[in-house]
Unconditional design. Structure first.
Length: 331
């Protein structure tokens, strides 16, 4: 009698668990594999544990401008660009929490354009949706995502169910199998030069006070998390022809100082780095591949000479993998 009494609830629970598993696998299979243009979590998690000297966060300025392989070739420093398109500081906070579960970098660098972003930008589905499932993704869904996107972020099948007609077996297998390490380390190269770049620099607008204050509160959370983990945090503005107002950047510097964050404004320092606008800008905001190589080599010198970052000892297999990535880049 006792077995009969519990049989139906047990079968019902097993059915629910099996259904959830199948829905989860189907969601993963239907979701496009992401390998570039930010939110590249699979390859990041494939990096050997505690093997990165620095972690680079931010928006597309980060993943288009910073080439960790060039930086490694210059200095021996290992790093990863774990950024996302138009990634807000609220999303970046949850990225950092998740990223520090597998890595213990000696430095976190935050590309600071998100200080001038609206509360929500255009790529929440990508930035939050591709995070590993867990408490940090849930935190991002409920604090850093538009309410109207939460259903799809909680249940990805809502976003991707229509892809079943075009899905191939190889795509499904790639989505379900664990990702390997990324030879680009989160960097996305882009080619070409913006036709009207010689007409720049191009001014950008600041922000309403309430939105800036909200962004600053998330920056404070990021700084607090780094302080708790005893990891130095550097806030940087990249060399760009899409320039925030000087008074906005000055205020950001003052606010960063109040939060005990190292701040570096390279907005107008491109010429000193060797960046030539008519050769090195893909558009007013982003460097092309050649410009990224120039900036990344300069950045490597800055990290080692100005911030005293020293390469950590690596396992032979990881050293070989980075060396191979350098050789591939030189081809």
């Amino acid at each position: 009698m006792r077995t009969s009494k519990w049989r139906e609830p047990i079968f019902a629970l097993l059915f629910l668990l099996l259904s959830a598993l199948l829905i989860g696998l189907l969601s993963l299979a239907l979701r496009p594999v992401r390998t570039d243009y930010g939110a590249v979590w699979g390859p990041y998690l494939a990096e050997p544990r505690d093997s990165l000297d620095y972690l680079y966060l931010g928006s597309s300025y980060a993943y288009c401008d910073v080439d960790p392989v060039v930086l490694y070739d210059r200095t021996g420093l290992t790093g990863y660009v774990l950024a996302g398109p138009e990634q807000t500081l609220s999303q970046t906070y949850w990225y950092l929490r998740e990223a520090l579960k597998t890595q213990d970098p000696a430095l976190v660098v935050l590309e600071g354009s998100a200080l001038a972003f609206q509360q929500y930008q255009s790529y929440t589905q990508v930035n939050v949706g591709y995070m590993p499932a867990g408490l940090n993704q849930l935190g991002a869904i409920f604090t850093a995502a538009e309410p109207e996107l939460r259903t799809g972020l909680l249940f990805p099948l809502y976003f991707y169910h229509g892809r079943w007609k075009e899905l191939t077996p190889s795509e499904a297998a790639a989505a379900l199998l664990p990702a390997g390490t990324d030879t680009l380390k989160g960097y996305t190269p882009v080619s070409g030069v913006f036709d009207q770049i010689a007409d720049g620099p191009f001014p950008r607008e600041g922000l309403p006070e309430d939105i800036y204050a909200e962004n600053l509160s998330w920056l404070a959370k990021i700084a607090g998390l780094c302080a708790h983990k005893d990891i130095p945090l550097a806030l940087v503005f990249h060399p760009t022809y899409s320039q925030l107002p000087a008074d906005f950047r000055a205020r950001a510097a003052a606010d960063a100082a109040c939060l005990d964050i190292s701040f570096f404004d390279w907005t107008e320092a491109g010429a000193d780095m060797g960046i030539v606008p008519t050769q090195h800008y893909y558009d007013p905001g982003h460097l092309n591949q050649e410009g990224a190589s120039v900036f990344s080599a300069w950045l490597g010198d800055f990290l080692t000479e100005e911030l005293d970052l020293v390469p950590r000892a690596q396992e032979p297999d990881n050293t070989a993998a980075w060396s191979q990535a350098v050789q591939n880049r030189r081809k």
